[in-house]
Design a protein around this ligand. Structure first.
Ligand code: CS2
Length: 484
């Protein structure tokens, strides 16, 4: 048995039995996918059978392949709560390909008729779209590259279109494209970027995709922080083996899916997935109630010196601020999805945030804000303004993001801002010295702010006021004020 550096006497996790045959190809095998999609699929196969093994494809780095391959692609998914850990070994993945090393192998795998679903968790920026409009960003470097070099794509859209082109040429049936990212109408968004890309490759192919390929919408939910070395060591001590691909997450999970598949699907309902007609109502609820407050707490919590979400909401001002956001600004903008009670939903969210065993860093959630803000916060602000309400709490969150992307914290230390637009955001922030000028420069970034919203005087004024308060008194005092 092999051993790991740093964990000398622990054997490495290995598969017992045969790996399942492929039915799904998944793009983006990060921690969330391993804590979520692969677990549902594993449980569905265990209960109802079917060849739904997953070929996972990393679009960027070899890390996940290098962690999974030496352990036959099995790993541990650990549900962590204050009561302790519930580990579960997941065997649904049968191999991992690394796209930049093997574009042709990835396209060939996707073109294999055994693959009936191509699912993805590629994060917001993986869609190469304009967050404010939802359209393909044709100037995105990956898209211009893929249009010029269709045989060696980099983007998810480039791979999907290359594979569908080959299937059409081979007379094979299409696959279903299943977006599992936190984006509004994620099925329609995936469809529109794929079709816009295909249109530029071959309009006939775009027609075929439009007629043949379903893009069901999904709402996905399970809080899954990035795995740490401490998690790996703790699992090794508790379980007696070394698993470098383990994932740690909250016990809660919810998957809501629109039931439109071209060639079947796993019996995910056996694992608790809900198949409903109004997925978009569930998405809106989740994006605005959960992700919206997550981002608000991440920026303001980070600025106030909190390391995790649990630490942030352990502060009474921050938890009251969050509850005020739900009650006064978020819930009034959303319809209640069938089977949900928004009051209960938000109360449960606060319990989930408070889980002290989950170390979800504010810095991690703060990443890629330019891609997240529109659907998490700005749409809610717009709906409030249309109803003649100025949502000052959410405007404080926007100002918190603006302070954060300015790159300097309240002690004068620099912030490691991770965002595809980080340089532009920093330059906009640095282009003025006063709050009005900084806010105006950031509101002018059209990829993030719809010009109509940016021009709204009530919105501008509320953001400038919040920004000034943050600059003068800091985040903790501003949140205390908003929590009253
Ligand atoms: C978080 C989400 O990192 C983030 O931006 O808001 O990943 C969140 O934890 C998940 O959507 C929960 O399902």
């Amino acid at each position: 048995m092999s051993t790991e550096a740093g964990l000398p006497d622990k054997p490495r996790l290995k598969r017992s039995g045969r790996a399942p045959r492929t039915g799904i190809l998944h793009l983006g095998p990060g921690a969330f996918f391993r804590a979520f999609n692969a677990v549902y699929t594993d449980e569905a196969m265990a209960t109802a059978g079917g060849d739904w093994g997953i070929t996972a494809v990393s679009l960027r780095s070899p890390t996940v392949r290098d962690q999974l391959a030496p352990q036959d692609c099995v790993y541990t998914s650990v549900a962590r709560s204050p009561d302790g850990d519930r580990p579960k070994i997941v065997g649904a993945i049968n191999r991992v390909l690394v796209a930049p090393e093997a574009q042709e192998a990835v396209i060939a795998a996707m073109a294999d008729p055994a693959v009936r679903i191509v699912s993805m968790t590629i994060t917001e920026k993986g869609y190469c779209h304009e967050p404010a409009t939802g359209r393909l960003n044709a100037d995105h470097p990956d898209i211009t590259h893929d249009l010029a070099h269709p045989a060696t794509p980099r983007s998810a859209a480039g791979f999907i279109v290359a594979a569908l082109k080959r299937r059409r040429a081979n007379g094979s049936p299409p696959f279903t494209v299943l977006s599992c990212d936190n984006l509004p109408s994620n099925g329609r968004l995936a469809q529109s970027v794929v079709l816009e890309f295909a249109e530029r490759v071959d309009p006939k192919l775009a027609d075929w995709i439009s007629a043949q390929v379903p893009f069901p919408a999904t709402m996905v939910d399970r809080i899954t922080p990035a795995t740490t070395e401490g998690d790996i060591t703790r699992l090794a001590e508790e379980a007696g083996y070394c698993d470098r691909a383990c994932v740690v997450h909250e016990p809660f999970r919810q998957w809501v899916i629109e039931d439109r598949f071209a060639a079947g699907r796993p019996a995910w309902e056996e694992a608790g997935a809900q198949f409903v007609d109004d997925v978009e109502a569930h998405e809106l609820m989740k994006l605005r109630c959960l992700n919206g407050t997550h981002s608000a707490l991440a920026y303001l919590g980070y600025l106030a010196g909190f390391e995790t979400i649990a630490d942030t909401v352990a502060d009474g001002d921050f938890s009251r601020y969050c509850e005020n956001l739900w009650t006064a600004e978020i819930v009034p903008t959303i319809p209640t999805p069938q089977g949900e009670n928004l009051h209960v939903y938000c109360a449960t969210l606060m319990q989930r945030y408070r889980n002290p065993a989950i170390q979800h860093r504010t810095w991690q959630i703060a990443m890629d804000g330019s891609q997240k803000l529109p659907q998490r916060i700005l749409g809610t602000i717009r709906d409030n303004l249309e109803a003649d309400r100025v949502p000052t709490g959410l405007c404080l969150a926007v100002a918190g993001w603006m302070r954060y992307v300015g790159g300097v914290d309240e002690n004068g230390s620099s912030i490691d801002v991770q965002d595809p637009l980080a340089d532009r955001l920093r330059a906009a922030s640095d282009s003025a010295t006063d709050p009005e000028g900084k806010v105006a420069a950031l509101l002018a970034i059209e990829e993030v702010f719809d010009p109509a919203l940016a021009a709204d005087p009530h919105f501008r004024e509320a953001v400038v006021r919040a920004y000034s308060a943050l600059a003068e008194r800091g985040s903790a005092a501003s949140v205390r004020e908003a929590a009253k």
